[in-house]
Design a binder for this molecule. Structure first.
Ligand code: ADP
Ligand code: ZN
Length: 722
């Protein structure tokens, strides 16, 4: 290339593209890898990231020039290497992974001369519903960008601009983003117990080494893990690095964020799915320029454009919520470890019920294993007792055995609080017609409709389809013959209200309380306003209810028979976690577990508090079947609008599967949920021994397959939620 020939740049766009496109760099513009630029593609323009300089030549075509470069800190080498890694591991187009990192379009938008809109003096001549929505939001007082106001109101930006023209909105200069307050590593440090201090020393050592390394902080519920990993965060902050604290979305509560704020004397940045665009932009920029020192976020926060990331803490590391199911199907815990390896910084995994994967990695010496075996302070771990429902089952239509009901009475009589755990939303999971046997199923999914009596609706938990509860069977038209089958929290509440009319009862379920309402409800339970709580998984973890001394698991067998290889492990974790809510205050607690299978190894292990026994058995089963963490698993899901066509396509792939030593292809078979949102689904499972390159196998098999029409082929490497 001669000195005066135009320099080129390969720019990756956040689209389903396997690699970057080459553009000309206009004279006078200097770009480097990691810079964000605007480039044309077809009739549109996109924001992309420079991947390489001067390598592509456009294959003889005239190159289109870069339009502009944004004045933002470049995406780091580590982050770009991370994107490459994620794309290769999950067999995802590179551009799709970049898209995960660019989730704050405002950061690029109207960069200079930004304006905001606030409520103006005039009424618009015609007040349409759309305009009214915009004005309602503007009346809340915050000046916002057109794009933000439009998004919140669910209208186009033209509606906002129109209102401004009419004087109903006023244009003001957009105030600069509030800076992030600097955390103080020692602001709210508690005096640690000896056990905590010993654990904290290991964590600090790991952080100060400034090298990659994963530490599993494995401590029983209430052992004070949070205070221990705060010490690791303090070390990373003290050395000038940024810290990411990942939580499952459901655990990202105000309560927890306030705790982080107390500890470090400054509100952390937060990152989750429900954020307003302008706050999103503020955090994105703060992460990119290093001003946001602590981010408490849900899984997608890992993909923020970190400037100086020095530690990731993954709390509740066993949670399946770390697995992203839509779009790029990544696992945030696993990818945090990859990021740490690329960026040479440590990862701390914390849990009271670590995943089998992490425990085996600790056993193999790949992770440092730090244990906290006792609860902090005087609190003791609650013992669990099994109630054999084969003997103690109540009459039909009732869900509480006598032993559990008696325990509730005793607890209430003592002035304590009891929690009944049932992981089923709604009133009843199934509705039948007693006259003709008709069952109410979802028209779009292979699932029955769940009765929600408070809302007077039948609802599908997979696609959200709802219909009113009819007075008679739609098939045989016999009135008054519809019967609910099985328990849901609303139905359990009905029984409980009858049995304990004096109790101050509340239900904590995502259908009945969200957002602020849920926050209030949780605070009321914490303060002891209610003494009897019925809850779904919403209450199973993280919360600290000081008055709670009894936990009753209403249906421990719920998830045991699922086809998911992790079903046992998940049930175990869920019950240990929910039982762990009891006795966290001054008074000792206990857990009662209703099961029809008291001899199941899991129930035995729970009753005896024998985690190792359970895990040994679970490991034996997984190892024998080459299942993770002893082997690899990948799922291939074929979906389509037409059932026959989908099946035919899935079956046509089977003979194309190459032979691979140590690789087992199972299927195709109808996926566990074989119809969702009107899409038929067939599935292959690929099982491979450790050390086999599953990605290479899958590429060899499916790399050239191009599904047609409505057919789709999705590969899920390390599938989690079956
Ligand atoms: P875990 O995360 O292991 O469930 P937490 O860190 O939430 O445990 O601690 C359980 C309870 O004990 C919390 O209420 C916490 O404030 C308290 N606690 C933990 N460590 C200390 C300490 N060193 N001094 C005082 N209180 C502590
Ligand atoms: Zn449905």
């Amino acid at each position: 290339m001669s000195a005066d020939s135009p320099v080129t740049a390969d720019v990756l766009l956040p689209l389903a593209l396997e690699g970057p496109y080459t553009y000309a760099v206009p004279p006078g513009l200097s770009v480097a890898p990691g810079d964000y630029v605007e480039v044309p593609l077809g009739p549109r323009s996109f924001i992309g990231c420079v991947w390489k300089i001067g390598e592509g030549d456009g294959g003889g075509k005239t190159l289109r020039p870069i339009v502009q470069k944004f004045d933002l800190p470049p995406l780091s080498d580590t982050h770009r290497a991370f994107i490459d890694w994620v794309a290769q591991y999950y067999l995802e187009p590179l551009g799709n992974v970049l898209r995960l990192c660019l989730r704050a379009p405002g950061a690029f938008g109207e960069a200079k001369g930004d304006v905001a809109y606030r409520i103006g003096p005039n009424q618009p001549a015609k007040l349409t519903a759309q305009r009214a929505r915009v004005l309602d939001i503007a009346r809340e007082g915050l000046a916002m960008k057109a794009s933000e106001l439009a998004e919140l109101a669910g209208v186009g930006t033209s509606v906002v601009k129109m209102l401004a023209k009419a004087g109903a909105l006023e244009v003001v200069a957009l105030p600069p983003h509030r800076a992030f307050p600097a955390p103080d590593p020692s602001a709210g440090k508690l005096a640690l117990s000896e056990a905590q201090e010993e654990a904290a020393r290991e964590l600090r050592a790991l952080v100060t080494r400034r090298a990659q390394g994963t530490l599993l902080l494995d401590g029983v519920t209430g052992s004070g893990k949070t205070e221990v990993y705060f010490e690791a965060m303090a070390s990373a902050l003290a050395s000038g690095r940024q810290v990411l604290l990942l939580l499952p979305e459901i655990a990202l509560t105000q309560q927890f964020i306030e705790r982080v704020e107390r500890r470090f004397g400054a509100a952390p940045a937060t990152w989750h799915s429900g954020m307003r665009p302008r706050e999103r932009e503020r955090v994105w920029r703060g992460v990119a320029d290093g001003g946001a020192r602590i981010v408490v976020g849900a899984r997608s926060a890992l993909f923020l454009p970190w400037a100086r990331l020095g530690l990731v803490v993954v709390d509740e590391e066993h949670e399946s919520a770390y697995k992203q199911e839509d779009g790029v199907p990544y696992h945030a815990r696993d990818m945090a470890i990859v990021y740490g390896a690329l960026g040479k910084f440590p990862i701390v995994l914390a849990s009271a019920t670590p995943s089998l994967e992490s425990l085996v990695n600790a056993e193999r010496g790949r992770y440092t294993h730090v244990q906290l075996a006792v609860r902090h302070g005087a609190a003791e771990l609650p013992p669990s007792h099994i109630i054999d429902m084969r003997q103690a089952a109540p009459q039909s239509g009732s869900w509480l055995s006598d032993p559990l009901a008696n325990a509730v009475s005793e607890t209430l009589a003592k002035g304590d609080q009891a929690l009944l755990f049932l992981n089923r939303r709604g009133y009843a999971p199934l509705t039948l017609c007693r006259a003709c046997g008709h069952r109410f199923d979802c028209p779009n999914c292979a699932a029955s409709l769940v009765e929600h009596r408070f809302r007077k609706q039948l609802m599908c938990h997979h696609c959200g389809h709802t219909e009113a509860i009819p007075g008679q069977c739609p098939k045989c038209e016999t009135p008054g013959k519809l019967v609910p089958c099985g328990p849901g929290v609303e139905r359990l509440a009905e029984e409980v209200a009858q049995r304990f009319p004096e109790a101050r009862l509340t239900i904590l379920s995502s259908d009945l309380a969200r957002g602020t309402l849920l926050k209030d409800a949780i605070r009321e339970v914490t303060d002891g306003v209610h003494n009897l709580v019925i809850g779904t998984q919403l209450v199973a973890k993280g919360h600290h209810f000081p008055h709670l001394t009894l936990v009753g698991v209403v249906d421990a067998d719920f998830a045991l028979d699922s086809s998911d290889p992790r079903a046992g492990e998940r049930s175990w974790a869920q019950m240990a976690q929910v039982a762990g809510r009891a006795g966290r205050g001054e008074k000792p607690g206990r857990a009662l577990i209703q099961t029809y299978r008291p001899d199941h190894p899991l129930m035995r292990a729970l009753a005896e508090g024998d985690r190792d026994g359970f895990l040994t058995e679970e490991k034996r089963l997984r190892e024998g079947a080459d299942l993770p963490p002893y082997g690899h698993l990948a799922a291939i899901v074929i979906s389509g609008r037409d059932g026959h066509e989908t099946e035919r396509f899935a079956r046509s792939l089977q003979p194309l599967a190459p032979y691979g030593e140590g690789v087992h292809v199972l299927g195709p078979a109808p996926a566990p949920l074989h119809l969702v949102r009107g899409l038929h689904r067939w599935r292959f499972l690929v099982r491979a021994r450790r050390g086999i390159n599953v990605q290479a196998y899958l590429k060899a098999w499916l790399g050239d397959i191009k599904p047609k029409g409505s057919l789709r082929l999705a590969i899920d490497v390390d599938p989690y939620n079956f």
